[in-house]
Design a protein around this ligand. Structure first.
Ligand code: CAO
Length: 436
């Protein structure tokens, strides 16, 4: 037995790459060719395999270190027989060019060619979509691990840097699906036996252009898809009589114009939503990962969907229960401006309890918003319209605001959905109630 330094072998064109994952720990027994660490340049990520078999005695690199050929990765106790084994040649390093929002097509041209996708092992329980699996942002060992467990990586979102899928994500996914009693793919809303969309060359039918999706489009798409397939949605429609609210808003608007303040209907809606969340606390909750507990929140952070040229973002108005109509109006304006100037920070978009998507400034009569999971409900607001309402003896012109509340039916019953929108409608119809 002796201690051997395991170093980074020749890694081709990459002279300084960052350690983004450490796949082993002190005390682990590894075989030659087992992956030790994952490194990443701006063009590709790759796993560095062990040149020897033995027991890991000391790690010499940490996450975030920049390393190059010759850097010591770790110290290993190797047996005499193993010691005489020649160092593996560099070309045997697995190099994978990942398709991520950050990997530009040009980068793929200069990176080493990716090995052919691994042949799927037959599994009795799973149905892996090879196209999305191949596109998932994960290292080869995570891919191998996922295949062994029958997990379709295309259905996971990663917790690693740049949303990379880690071993832990695969483990958590399996743990969650096992405790919820479903098969890994079924609970994630995976293909469920549905045939993949065929690849069609549209140019055969006419002239086409290809426009790449923005980074925000791609990320939002992933989140929306996950919510759409994992959350059983129901949408409750309702309307609120906002005749008096609008009269008050317009009166206030005139008074505040001089100070450069504009109060929009959305600020009132946020206040009314907070009051309704207080009355129906289940709407201000999230299911925990086991699916067995509800986490009820005693804070009121309201997300507001903002339409930008680059796609949809959802900044959050924190502690909306403590803010005035003026403060909320100003904050919406500031956040919307920041969103459109791409200046929102991750913290501006975190911690939301409930989301409002207001299309009232644009038009439409109603729509079915997708719940911004792990939140359990979202309110869609459409354009208000003057319409005849029966007051018991005659029709009166009233300004009616259409509301579309989508909710997670695992957490909220239909009756509570209707109670929530009725309450919300009552608050908006008589805003004095917001003071109570
Ligand atoms: N009915 C009628 N008019 C409405 C209204 C409603 N429900 N809501 C707003 N308006 C009016 C406003 O009063 C304003 O009119 P004036 O200028 O005459 O006062 C005008 O419409 C424009 O309002 P706005 O959109 O600038 O302001 P807002 O506070 O209502 O909304 C924001 C702000 C950021 C939510 C909005 O600009 C936005 O981005 N909406 C799109 C959200 C979205 O894309 N959702 C889809 C998500 S699901 O894919």
């Amino acid at each position: 037995m002796s201690i051997k330094e395991i170093v980074v072998p020749d890694i081709g064109d990459f002279d300084a790459v960052e350690v983004i994952e450490i796949l082993v720990a002190v005390g682990d027994s590894v075989e030659a060719e087992d992956s030790l660490i994952t490194v990443e340049s701006d063009k590709a990520s790759m796993e560095i395999p062990s040149s020897d078999s033995g027991i890991i005695k000391e790690l010499k690199v940490s996450l975030g270190d920049n390393i190059a050929e010759g850097t010591t990765i770790l110290l290993m106790e190797v047996s005499e027989a193993a010691e005489s084994k020649p160092q593996e040649p560099a070309q045997e390093i697995t190099a994978v060019v990942e398709e991520t929002p950050e990997t530009k097509p040009a980068a793929q041209e200069v990176a080493k060619p990716a090995p052919p996708p691994p042949t799927p092992k037959p599994s009795p329980t799973v149905n892996i979509d090879e196209v999305t699996f191949r596109k998932a942002y994960a290292s080869p060992s995570v891919r191998k691990f996922a295949r062994e467990l029958g997990v379709d990586l295309g259905q996971l979102s990663g917790s690693g840097r740049k949303n990379r899928i880690l071993h832990e994500d695969v483990k958590n996914f399996v743990k969650t699906t096992l405790t919820s009693g479903a098969s890994p793919t079924a609970s994630a809303g995976a293909p469920l036996g549905i045939a993949p969309m065929p690849e069609i060359d549209f140019s055969q039918f006419g002239k086409i252009e290809t426009a790449p999706l923005s980074k925000i489009n791609k990320l939002t798409g992933q989140f929306l898809h996950r919510s759409w397939v994992t959350v059983p949605h129901v949408t409750q429609f309702d309307e609120a009589d906002i005749t008096e609210m609008e009269a008050f808003r317009k009166k206030m608007g005139k008074e505040m114009e001089r100070e450069g303040i504009k109060i929009t209907p959305l600020a009132f809606i946020i206040k009314a939503v907070v009051a309704s969340l207080k009355a129906f606390p289940r709407f201000n909750s999230s299911l925990d990962n086991t699916g067995e507990n509800l986490i009820l929140k005693n804070y009121f952070n309201i997300g507001v969907a903002v339409d930008t040229p680059n796609g949809l973002v959802v900044p959050v108005i924190r502690s909306a229960d403590t803010k005035s109509l003026v403060e909320i109006s100003q904050e919406i304006r500031e956040l919307a401006l920041k969103a459109r100037d791409k200046k929102l920070k991750p913290a501006d978009m975190q911690g939301g309890c409930f989301t409002i998507s207001s299309l009232g400034g644009i038009g439409g009569t109603s729509f079915t918003p997708i719940v911004n999971a792990p939140e359990v409900a979202i309110l869609g607001v459409s354009r208000s319209k003057m319409q005849p309402e029966w007051n018991g003896s005659e029709f009166e012109p009233r300004l009616m605001l259409p509301l579309s509340l989508s909710y997670d039916h695992r957490v909220i019953d239909g009756a509570d959905g209707a109670r929530f929108t009725s309450h919300l409608s009552k608050m908006l119809s008589d805003i004095r109630r917001l003071l109570v």
